[in-house]
Design a protein around this ligand. Structure first.
Ligand SMILES: Cc1ncc(COP(=O)(O)O)c(C=O)c1O
Length: 397
């Protein structure tokens, strides 16, 4: 029998287009309005109340900080990919992570239980690490190893944070095990590196999947955006935070994300094929002392790719046998790999995590989580694999 459930690559093509026939359009309508005419005061009043309470829609959008139809269109499409009740869109990945953290405070105000403790596993993206360590948001953070979560969770623990595959070392964390250790405490998984195509944290019991949509979801290096996938009850809190702090996604970003969505599966698959090819070549190259890539058996002794992912993704970290100098020089010698932070674009990028993306992380934290001075991070794009290898081979010293 033919299954009526569509595959994710079909969903990616059709999500966000459900009303196109009715609207008579073939591309997503882009609404730049900052404010909206109100039909009458009574319904305007009800709409503003509903949106402020965290509802996803109302009869009138009222004001673009409260609701934008193009952004909402992308949120609904994205939620289908993450198999979530709701997607909530932000101006950047950091704005999305900030909103999840602040929503914990609303939840605490709602049920009258103060919870300011967070348990987190390193490594994670440098700015997330720094935001947590800075104390700016008033959380007390315990950094623990993966198998120490259960002991670290307290009565006032608000959240457990993990990133898998982790930026920049590509280390993997067992999501289902973390959820089990966390018990009733919600778990947030940064799913940026995996994308909804390769990993579904909510299906494994996580409460939040967050993304820097600037990466694969945008996919062309031309949009800053962040997404949260969660259940409807948390989504309402997160929308309230977005209204109060104003970190909304711009409608143009939502349009670009809708435009990128149909090709996401192809881009993810092609970049991954390239990365698998390059990781093996790099592993055999004398200038490289270590390759970190979930697709190599040595990097995934617990078989987590098979357990919780559909593939290893397309980011590789390498350690240079020639140390920092070799890393600094290799990064500037590639011609196709652009020396730049970020990842998930059609073109390949190369960067030095200790000096750039994770420069803001305390030195001892960098060292203990394996972010070494001789490490380079390769964000593999969709170019021809032999051209990419020729580029790296010529640059490696
Ligand atoms: C894994 C991960 N999470 C979050 C972020 C932050 O996203 P943004 O730069 O869109 O704010 C990044 C950025 O590089 C990232 O790599």
């Amino acid at each position: 029998m033919v299954s009526m459930t569509k595959h994710i690559d079909t969903i990616a093509v059709h999500a966000g287009r459900e009303d196109f026939q009715e609207l008579g359009v073939h591309s997503a309508p882009l609404d730049f309005s900052s404010t909206y005419p109100i039909k009458d005061l009574q319904s305007g009043n009800e709409s503003i109340g509903g949106l402020a309470a965290g509802n996803a829609t109302a009869d009138s959008p009222i004001y673009a900080r409260l609701h934008n139809p193009t952004v909402y269109r992308y949120e609904c499409a994205f939620a289908k990919l993450e198999n979530a009740d709701a997607g909530i869109a932000f101006a950047s990945g950091m704005a999305a992570i900030h909103a999840v953290l602040m929503s914990l405070k609303i939840r605490a105000m709602d049920d009258g239980i103060e919870r300011n403790h967070i348990v987190a596993v390193r490594p994670i993206y440098g700015c997330t690490d720094h935001l947590l360590c800075s104390g700016l948001l008033g959380f007390d953070v315990d950094w623990v190893k993966e198998n120490e979560i259960k002991d670290a969770v307290r009565a006032d623990t608000a959240l457990v944070i993990i990133e898998t595959p982790a930026n920049p070392t590509l280390s993997l964390v067992d999501i289902a095990d973390i959820v089990a250790q966390a018990g009733k405490v919600p778990v947030m998984v940064d799913n940026t590196f995996a994308t909804p195509l390769l990993q579904s944290p909510l299906a494994l019991g996580a409460t939040f999947a967050v993304h820097s949509a600037t990466k694969y979801l945008g996919g062309h290096g031309d949009v800053m955006a962040g997404m949260v996938a969660t259940n409807e009850s948390w989504a309402a809190h997160i929308r309230q935070i977005r209204i109060l702090t104003g970190g909304n996604m711009h409608p143009m970003a939502a349009f670009l994300l809708l435009r990128s969505l149909p090709t996401l599966p192809m881009r993810v698959e092609r970049a991954q094929q390239n990365a698998i090819y390059l990781a093996e070549k790099l592993d055999a190259h004398p200038a490289v002392s270590k390759v970190h890539f979930p697709g190599l058996t040595a990097c995934d002794p617990r078989g987590l790719v098979a357990k919780q992912m559909k593939g290893p993704g397309s980011v590789i970290a390498i350690e240079m046998a020639g140390g920092y100098d070799a890393a600094a020089s290799t990064m500037m010698r590639t011609k196709l790999f652009v020396p730049a932070v970020s990842l998930g674009s059609t073109d390949s990028l190369i960067e030095h995590p200790a000096g750039l993306t994770h420069n803001i992380v305390a030195e001892d934290a960098r060292e203990s989580s394996g972010i070494t001075e001789n490490m380079l991070r390769l964000a593999v794009g969709i170019e021809n694999q032999d051209d990419l290898w020729a580029d790296l081979e010529a640059a490696l010293i």
